[in-house]
Design a protein around this ligand. Structure first.
Ligand SMILES: NC(=O)c1ccc[n+]([C@@H]2O[C@H](COP(=O)([O-])OP(=O)(O)OC[C@H]3O[C@@H](n4cnc5c(N)ncnc54)[C@H](OP(=O)(O)O)[C@@H]3O)[C@@H](O)[C@H]2O)c1
Length: 397
């Protein structure tokens, strides 16, 4: 259990299971969404943020790596083998494993000897990945479980299934690693039934709730249990102020209030990744305050810019153009390169925690100064708790 939380505070919730969303939308609705996405992206603010600020943010991270190389500073963590306790098999969960970085991460961890639970919204997509990995590698242990991070019912049912699987294994399987990788870049504003924005819910509130509910099920021996949150260099663009519950549920972090007439998708995405990062560091601090003997390790991983399906809701011509420019700038990676920072974070030595992995080869950088703000992190934690509590109550009614 998370130190500083009561078991009831772990029972947090976001939205009703009736709000489950799927990316497969009927033709007319898809057309409408694409139109909306085009309109939203073309807003000057979104164009500026995504085209300029995000590029500068990733360049800033690479500049840190260059500085470390030139001055031989910075910490590099080698990957260390994970030996399961008493012949048990270590289990890891990778959310969003049906495509992109999650898929590449799941494959690498399976090859590394983990029993990998691939989690995502569509079982068929997950099974295709399971079969593809099995065709490539012998002796890998994989299973697919449905999980929709926008649905409280789905999160709770997922946790129940993991718990049952661990119990049924009678100690032959031990949950050691959770990779919170799933995420979206929504092209249009969509709300869950309790009124939360679907992007902040998929990228932050859902993973927050999932993590809190899984905490009691991590094994407590060696190798130490670990959570890896996949965040993004875009968090560097966030300038947060005082926030309230309503704003957070909409994906806003004050200072720059969101527009009412169109969707500030770039800002909501940045905020969601920033909140996930604040959560990472706050969870790390709670497990390393010296009072709890169960030391969970918590990491942030930033894959850089990766060619995946993340921009699937944006106009395809704009996506192709963006990838073209990024590849000329040599900033675009494929998913297996993008997953390197995630794997470095997952496999770094046991006693490492609270680090921000970027650039592969075990390298870490500093995230934005604001992301280390302890007061803000506590405030966002508290607000997330109460948003989730309320949604949980709705679910129970
Ligand atoms: N690509 C980049 O340049 C980049 C850069 C920095 C950070 N990241 C982060 O890396 C992570 C992986 O993204 P990606 O680039 O690999 O994108 P992707 O190819 O679109 O993969 C996203 C995954 O998330 C899953 N997902 C989305 N919404 C979900 C929900 N509500 N519940 C459960 N699963 C959900 C999707 O699965 P289903 O649709 O099958 O459910 C999919 O497997 C994201 O968190 C993203 O923010 C990406």
């Amino acid at each position: 259990m998370c130190p500083g939380s009561s078991s009831s505070s772990l029972c947090l919730c976001l939205c009703s299971s009736r709000t489950q969303e799927n990316f497969t939308v009927p033709g007319a609705a898809a057309g409408e969404m694409a139109g909306e996405a085009f309109g939203a992206v073309m807003r000057l603010e979104n164009l500026l943020r995504m085209g300029m600020f995000w590029t500068l943010a990733v360049i800033y991270s690479y500049a840190q790596l260059l500085h470390q190389k030139l001055f031989r500073s910075g910490i590099i963590f080698s990957r260390s083998p994970r030996i399961a306790p008493d012949g048990a098999r270590l289990v890891c969960i990778v959310t969003g494993a049906s495509s992109g970085i999650g898929r590449a991460t799941a494959e690498a961890l399976a090859v590394h000897g983990y029993h990998v639970i691939l989690a995502g919204r569509a079982r068929t997509r997950l099974l295709e990945v399971v079969w593809a990995i099995r065709r490539k590698h012998d002796n890998v242990s994989l299973e697919a479980l449905e999980l929709d991070l926008c649905s409280v019912g789905s999160i709770l049912s997922f946790v129940d299934q993991v718990k049952s699987m661990l119990q049924a294994s009678q100690g032959s399987k031990a949950l050691q690693l959770l990779v919170n990788n799933a995420g979206i870049l929504a092209g249009s504003s969509r709300c869950t039934e309790t009124g939360s924005d679907s992007m902040i819910t998929s990228n932050y509130l859902g993973p927050y709730l999932l993590t809190q509910h899984l905490l009691p099920h991590f094994h407590q021996g060696h190798p130490r249990a670990r959570i890896v949150n996949v965040t993004s260099f875009t968090h560097r663009c966030v300038r947060a102020g005082i926030v309230d519950e309503k704003q957070l549920a909409r994906g806003s972090l004050a200072n720059f209030p969101l527009h009412k007439s169109w969707y500030s998708l770039a800002q909501v995405y940045e905020n969601s990744k920033f909140c996930l990062l604040l959560f990472t560091y706050e969870l790390h601090r709670r497990f390393h305050d010296g009072t709890d003997s169960f030391k969970l390790s918590v990491m942030a991983a930033d894959p850089g810019i990766v060619r995946t399906n993340i921009m699937r809701e944006l106009p395809s011509s704009l996506v192709s153009f963006t990838y073209f420019v990024l590849s000329i700038l040599r900033l675009l990676q494929d998913p297996s390169d993008g997953s390197k920072a995630v794997l470095d974070a997952a496999l770094a030595p046991e006693d490492v925690s609270g680090e921000y992995f970027f650039g592969g080869n075990g390298r870490t950088v500093r995230s934005s100064a604001l992301s280390y703000d302890k007061v803000l992190a506590k405030q966002i934690w508290r607000l997330s708790n109460s948003i989730c509590q309320r949604a949980m109550e709705n679910e129970e009614q």
